[in-house]
Design a protein around this ligand. Structure first.
Ligand SMILES: C[S@@+](CC[C@H](N)C(=O)[O-])C[C@H]1O[C@@H](n2cnc3c(N)ncnc32)[C@H](O)[C@@H]1O
Length: 472
């Protein structure tokens, strides 16, 4: 399978090396780099090479590594590979063909092998590492761009505080007793997150163990038994439009209930083991009725979960967020609301259409074009069909002919500008620009699909094409 944007053939793991045998073939500086990586793990490192660089020579002399003064060949490799069991082998000779042949022998014996600078013949590769004692951050580009990995490592290096190891040591020391007084893993995770987000994190970094322990005890005493619900706007599609709050809560949530308008890439930002529950609602398909969604939120929060209700755009703009909050209030569940970029803002910006303009639009109206079952729409058309106003219509695609007809009946001219934005802010965004008279036909002939937003008003004449937008 070819690696793609969200696929890679490399699986990241941490390998226990303490006491295990590791072979390094080659005696130069590259081999020395690998030996240097292995030694802090407590591995028993054996080097195979007729010549050793000064660093490896010193390590062999003082017994830190063992050494066979012989250059490996394909003929004798089976002897030493079969004689000892190696947890891994590094091939660091200058001879790429020899490295390749030796790698094949290792692979045939299922011994993890890395031929330096040759991922194609390797079964593992070494990531760029940022180390703070037991805390390690590994960066890999799957062997494609080691220089890029090193650049990223340098950035992470700058961002990570020096005391991380102290903090990790403190947390390790508390695990035993905390596991006994708080056996529920999710509850323990919540407690640690509150500790790290509060004063505890800093105290641990500074090595103030007693004060950090007092902080942990206080949090434990006041730990809420009930969970909570976070009602979060995911924006109109482009993950770049997520708020920082949404991003953080995505990392903290135990369960995520999401709609069909939430772009799949956005769920990639969630904690890996968070439950993801699709409750998608669309005009024709109600996967879970609203009442069931409301009770699911309550049930999960009462069971102690931190539930993220993720909605497309903004939860309070045609998002039924108000109804969900009312249910939570009635059930006495704690909640938080995080606004999102609504489709109107996102689509207008990515299509280059200002929503207001000093010369022609002093107000902007957000309305729904959702028709009743009989196809009619009951609205105060007189207050909508105004000349100095922009009208943004959500959920109006299927009623577009009816909407345009009503606006013309109420006095807007047939050549009044109107636009449709399909899949706004997403890579396949399309913008169709026309007039009240032409837009319904344009939508039909160009097969515009949901989600699509309608913008009506003279602001469309002020459209400028930003980098994201396609041509009309
Ligand atoms: C149920 S409403 C939800 C609106 C959402 N809460 C918001 O603030 O954007 C769904 C409608 O929003 C509009 N919409 C949402 N995302 C869109 C997008 N990426 N492009 C175009 N229209 C979108 C469409 O009109 C769609 O039918």
């Amino acid at each position: 399978m070819q690696p793609t944007a969200d696929r890679t053939e490399w699986f990241p793991i941490m390998l226990r090396m303490e006491g295990a045998r590791a072979m390094v073939v080659g005696g130069g500086d590259v081999a020395a780099n690998k030996v240097r990586l292995l030694l802090p793990t407590g591995a028993q490192v054996h080097v195979l090479s007729a010549h050793l660089c000064p660093e490896l020579h010193d390590l062999a002399r003082d017994g830190t590594i063992t050494h066979t003064p012989h250059d490996a060949t394909v003929q004798d490799a089976p002897n030493w590979l079969d004689a000892d069991s190696y947890r891994l082998v590094y091939l660091a000779t200058d001879d790429a063909a020899l490295n390749g042949a030796l790698a094949a022998l290792c692979q045939a014996r299922n011994i993890p092998v890395c031929a330096v600078d040759d991922p194609a013949v390797s079964s593992f590769i070494t990531p760029a590492l940022v180390t703070r004692g037991r805390v390690q951050v590994a960066v890999s580009t799957g062997g494609a761009a080691p220089v890029l990995a090193r650049r990223l490592r340098a950035r992470i290096e700058q961002a990570l505080p020096a005391g991380l190891n102290r903090l990790a040591d403190f947390m390790q020391a508390q695990r035993g007793w905390l596991g006994q007084v708080m056996p529920d893993t999710a509850q323990r995770r919540h407690l640690w997150e509150r500790f790290l987000d509060g004063a505890g994190g800093q105290l641990g970094l500074q090595g103030q163990t007693a004060a950090a322990r007092r902080e942990l005890d206080t949090l434990l005493e006041n730990h809420p038994t009930q969970g909570e619900v976070w009602l979060v706007g995911a924006g109109p599609g482009d993950p770049d439009l997520l708020t920082l709050a949404a991003l953080r809560l995505l990392q903290d949530a135990d369960a995520i209930l999401y709609d069909n308008l939430v772009a799949p890439e956005i769920l990639n930002y969630a904690r890996r083991d968070a439950e993801r529950i699709f409750v998608g609602k669309s005009r024709s398909r109600h996967t879970l009725p609203q009442d069931d969604i409301n009770s699911e939120l309550v049930r999960r929060a009462q069971a102690g979960q931190r539930v993220l209700r993720l909605k497309g755009g903004d939860p309070f703009i045609f998002g039924r967020g108000g109804e969900e909050i009312e249910t939570l209030v009635q059930a006495g569940i704690r909640f938080r609301i995080v606004p999102g970029v609504s489709a109107a803002n996102g689509c207008a910006a990515y299509a280059g259409i200002p929503l207001t303009h000093r010369d022609c639009a002093q107000s902007c109206l957000f309305m729904t074009g959702h028709a009743r079952a009989d196809g009619s729409i009951s609205l105060d058309w007189q207050s909508i069909a105004l000349h100095n106003q922009t009208v943004v219509i959500y959920m109006g695609l299927s009623a577009l002919p009816e909407l345009c007809a009503r606006l013309m009946e109420r006095g807007l001219p047939p050549d009044w500008p109107a636009a449709l934005i399909e899949h706004g802010t997403l890579p396949d965004q399309r913008v169709v620009v026309g007039t009240l008279a032409t837009l319904p036909d344009q939508a039909a002939t160009q097969t515009v699909r949901s989600p699509a937003l309608i913008i009506i008003g003279e602001v469309i004449r002020h459209r400028v094409l930003p980098a994201h937008a396609d041509a009309p």
